[in-house]
Design a protein around this ligand. Structure first.
Ligand code: PLP
Length: 377
């Protein structure tokens, strides 16, 4: 356990969630594969049945908690995916007749959740991420859900301000922290009740597992979320949980490299005539920058921009040699995609979401500029 607030992010990441050393045991114990545990007598204790708890989750949950809220007493609940984590908060907190505020420009599965919530009698209101428009629809809501920076538009909202107003109005606040990771932003420190993420992305960073988590400082809320996981059974496999924990050791190395290169790439794209709508919260003149620089510690690994039309964007993506045309983001291998191919996001046909990996920045930027030149011909 490492609850020293003064240590650096890299030190915290490499030691996060490690149990006290035991002679002849590995530093990070291997995955525990168990559907049930020896349980004579009264069924109490930490490990009873594999859908309720698993020691590999316990280590990972401690690690994520240390990153989300260093030095604070918080609980983390891991899930089989980011959507499982998001659903756990929404469905464990909302009842028929209550209202929730969701972003209208967030991750594109939110409308599917909206359908479900409405079918269960929950009132769903929406607001865009930027501009604090959530405040206009907050009255009487039970939960405010924000995603900042938003995917794929990279708008940000003022978490401290929204939390203050939401709490005054009696609403809980959950922040989808997927894009930032806890090294980019710590929603609980900004006052939120829940920090939620898809750990499929930057947290695990290798594009090889799906996972999600919910962290909260409120034991009652944590118990709600944990009970929801038990009921629905959206549990991570021990192997995935262990791989995630191992991957967290390099979180700071990966995120630092990826965020620095993303800013460099964004600056390189500023000079291109065919690029419009360039967004990255780290760019000094980006609309997100003033708020992002007050609440974020790193600006994320995603850059978005618009090429003149669909064909040009597809030619650009085809021409990249170091970048996979693939969805998702936050991985060590750069990926990019024409977001409009999915439908559902309000973006132009030529809109590209670019996730910067851990390649050498000069190689990656040269590849991008070369592919832009080739796409222009
Ligand atoms: N939240 C955001 C911001 C996302 O981008 C995604 C997936 O892209 C999710 C949640 C869902 O995560 P998962 O795919 O792990 O279920």
């Amino acid at each position: 356990m490492n609850d020293d607030r003064a240590i650096g992010d890299g030190t915290r990441a490499v030691r996060a969630g490690l149990p006290d050393p035991v002679k002849y045991e590995p530093t990070l114990p291997g995955p525990v594969f168990a559907a049930h545990f020896h349980l004579p007598g009264e069924p109490t204790g930490p490990y009873t049945y594999g859908r309720d708890e698993n020691p590999t989750w316990t280590h990972l949950e401690r690690a994520i908690g240390e990153l989300e809220a260093p030095g604070e007493s918080v609980e983390t609940v891991t899930f089989a995916s980011g959507m499982a984590a998001i659903s756990a908060v929404l469905f464990s907190q909302l009842k028929a007749g209550e209202a929730v505020v969701l972003p209208d420009d967030g991750y594109q599965a939110l409308p599917l959740l909206r359908e479900r919530l409405e079918a269960y009698g929950v009132e769903v209101r929406t607001a865009p991420t930027g501009g604090d428009a959530q405040l206009d629809v907050l009255a009487g809501a039970r939960l405010l859900w924000i995603e900042t920076p938003s995917n794929p538009g990279l708008d940000v909202c003022d978490v401290r301000r929204l939390v203050r107003e939401a709490h005054a109005a009696g609403a809980l606040v959950a922040v989808d922290n997927t894009l930032a990771t806890p090294l980019g932003q710590r929603p609980l420190e900004l006052g939120a009740d829940f920090s939620v993420a898809s750990d499929t992305k930057g947290m695990t960073g290798h594009g090889d597992i799906l996972l999600g988590h919910v962290t909260t400082g409120d034991p009652g809320l944590a118990a709600d979320v944990r009970r929801w996981r038990k009921v629905v059974g959206a549990i991570p496999g021990p192997m995935e949980a262990w791989l995630a924990h191992r991957s967290l050791a390099t979180l700071q190395l990966r995120v630092d490299r990826q965020c620095a290169t993303a800013l460099e790439l964004a600056k390189a794209l500023e000079g291109r005539d065919e690029v419009t709508g360039l967004r990255h919260p780290g760019l000094a003149d980006d609309p997100s920058h003033p708020i992002a620089s007050r609440q974020m510690r790193r600006f994320g690994s995603v850059v978005s921009f618009v090429l003149p039309d669909r064909d040009r964007a597809e030619r650009f993506l085809d021409g990249l040699r170091l970048v996979d045309d693939a969805t998702s983001f936050g991985g060590v291998r750069s990926t990019a995609e024409r977001r409009g191919r999915w439908g559902g996001d309000a973006v132009p046909e030529g809109f590209v979401r670019f996730s910067v990996g851990a390649e050498d920045p000069e190689d990656l930027i040269a590849d991008v500029l070369r592919a832009l030149d080739a796409a222009a011909r």
